[in-house]
Design a protein around this ligand. Structure first.
Ligand code: NAD
Length: 504
């Protein structure tokens, strides 16, 4: 490993990402070319990639267009029969090899993620392990697409249900987990026997293209996995219109999810959506305050707050409210904000300036409406995409921060009196992705876990995600599940076959 990452001397870290990428470039690890039909397409037009911490341009990538996407769909169509017919165990070998290449190149991939997305390097390394984990998980899951045999309702017949690959899949992925959201979708699709065409977020194409390079090295055949970068609307239009694309998987905002769902209705695609969250984090007053604070910090500040599982509304019962706020503020004050490539950094920049603007707007709105704000102090001069971690206390439901997803390092704390009241307040949202409950009472944990309207719930823990869990939301947080044994079903069709006339 010849990369040297030292603490930047200048607070704004100018040139740090560029320097690291230069070293990766020499080893052919930074590709600006898209992967279309087994070829690396440099494109006539190019788009810039920026370091969100400094605003510097760090690379250029191909700008694919609708014609490239049509070529990719045709290549996927040609690759489908052979990939589908490969034994699931053989597909598993390819997926495992892809996963080990990712792990072998974890450091390079993590540097790419941090350089273009901004998250601290330690979190980027975790993302690579998390992302590779989905390839390994689905390598095995492909062999377990059992189908079923149903006890017959008619004499002399055998009722059999087979699981078959749905066809070509498309994925539109976000910038907050630029590697893992690709492998979570592609691992499932490929294991099911489906080729997949990926359109990553324009902010984070480099890590997507590096993952594509490793897919080819692992032996993924031409057309089975393709990555096209460029304008989101131009590239997604052919995907949405084409009848050969049978499944669409999207992770991102609820606004765009709705648009894609509507467009996919035209050709009645199977759609899975992982959209925004607005997670309630409920702390009852019988718990150890320090443990609850530790959980809330983890659930709020992971990925610098740009996480759909982020604790967006921290409800604390009145008996421990003041102690919780004090302990949270003290712990938060120890966070270090800076460039993700600086090993001391806990909180990086917001990847998009619009996310930073939303954080500032929510803070201003809450303060105007009576919330108390405590923001950490830091002398260094940071760029416009940085948001200093902030605690808003005495938040009420009238404030934007309690009504909309924040997606940044702003913690909103709301006092509550009773279990009944907090469950009603937690459920008074159109979002239902994740939730957290801290209580020492088993009865209360069971009652509340039954009542909270969300797809994923942590009881006395902030850490529950990983390949074995069914990741997904209720209400407007999404449709379908990723990961787990359910994830592969998004890329498969059921076929019921009735063998009749079997009676002698
Ligand atoms: P977004 O929904 O605009 O972006 C997600 C993906 O959709 C990207 O690949 C983007 O290029 C693509 N996209 C955007 N507009 C499109 C269109 N019209 N047609 C086809 N594809 C399109 O998300 P954003 O604006 O970058 O982020 C805004 C908010 O979305 C965040 O603040 C957060 O609330 C939410 N978000 C959630 C997740 C998640 O993990 N669920 C991830 C990213 C963003």
């Amino acid at each position: 490993m010849d990369l040297q990452i030292s603490r930047p001397k200048h607070s704004h870290s100018t040139g740090l990402a560029r320097k690291c990428l230069e070293s990766l470039r020499r080893r052919d690890f930074v590709s600006g070319a898209a992967l279309v039909d087994g070829r690396w397409v440099a494109g006539e037009k190019r788009d810039f990639v920026f370091d969100p911490a400094t605003g510097e341009e760090i690379a250029t990538v191909a700008r694919c267009d609708a014609a490239d996407m049509k070529i990719a769909i045709s290549a996927a169509e040609r690759s489908f029969p052979a990939w589908r017919e490969l034994l699931p165990a053989k597909r598993g070998v390819v997926l495992r090899s892809w996963a080990s290449l990712m792990l072998n190149h974890s450091e390079e991939l993590a540097i790419l993620v941090t350089s273009e997305q901004g998250k601290p390097l330690a979190e980027a390394r975790q993302e690579i392990a998390y992302g590779a984990g989905f390839l390994e998980w689905f390598a095995a899951e492909g062999e377990r697409a059992y189908g079923e045999t149903i006890p017959s309702h008619t004499l002399g017949s055998l009722l059999h249900v087979r699981m078959q690959p749905i066809g070509i899949a498309a994925a539109v992925t976000p910038w907050n987990f630029p590697v893992a959201m690709i492998t979570r979708k592609a691992g499932a699709a490929l294991a099911a026997g489906c080729p997949i065409v990926v359109k990553p977020a324009p902010e984070t194409p480099l890590s997507a293209l590096a993952v594509a390079r490793l897919a080819i090295e692992a032996g993924v055949p031409c057309g089975v996995f393709q990555v096209l970068v460029g304008d989101p609307v131009e590239l997604s239009a052919p995907l949405l219109r084409d009848t050969r694309i049978r499944a669409l998987s999207f992770t991102g905002s609820t606004r765009v999810g709705r648009l894609l769902l509507e467009a996919a209705a035209e050709t009645v695609k199977k759609v899975s959506l992982e959209l925004g969250g607005h997670a309630p984090f409920i702390v009852f007053d019988d718990v150890d305050v320090d443990k609850a604070v530790e959980g809330a910090m983890a659930a709020k500040f992971a990925t610098s707050g740009q996480d759909c599982l982020a604790a967006n509304r921290i409800y604390v019962q009145k008996g421990i409210y003041s102690a919780f706020v004090k302990a949270f503020a003290a712990k938060m004050a120890r966070l270090k904000v800076g460039h993700g490539l600086d090993p001391a950094t806990n909180i990086g920049p917001m990847t998009k300036s619009s996310v930073a603007d939303k954080c500032r707007m929510q803070i201003d709105d809450a303060v105007t409406k009576g919330a108390q704000v405590f923001s950490i102090k830091q002398d260094e001069c940071l760029g416009p995409n940085f948001i200093l971690p902030s605690l808003l206390s005495d938040v009420t439901e009238h404030m934007l921060v309690a009504r909309e997803e924040t997606f940044g390092p702003v913690a909103a704390v709301l006092p509550f009196d009773s279990e009944e009241e907090v469950v009603a307040r937690a459920n008074a949202s159109e979002m239902g992705l994740a939730g957290y409950v801290y209580t020492d009472s088993l009865r209360q944990a069971l009652r509340v876990s039954e009542q909270i309207e969300c797809g994923m719930l942590g009881i006395n823990t902030a850490s529950f995600t990983g390949p074995p869990i069914p990741f997904g939301g209720w209400k407007q947080s999404g449709i379908g599940r990723e990961g787990s044994r359910h994830g592969i079903a998004e890329y498969m069709e059921l076929k019921y076959v009735c063998f009749g006339d079997l009676a002698r």
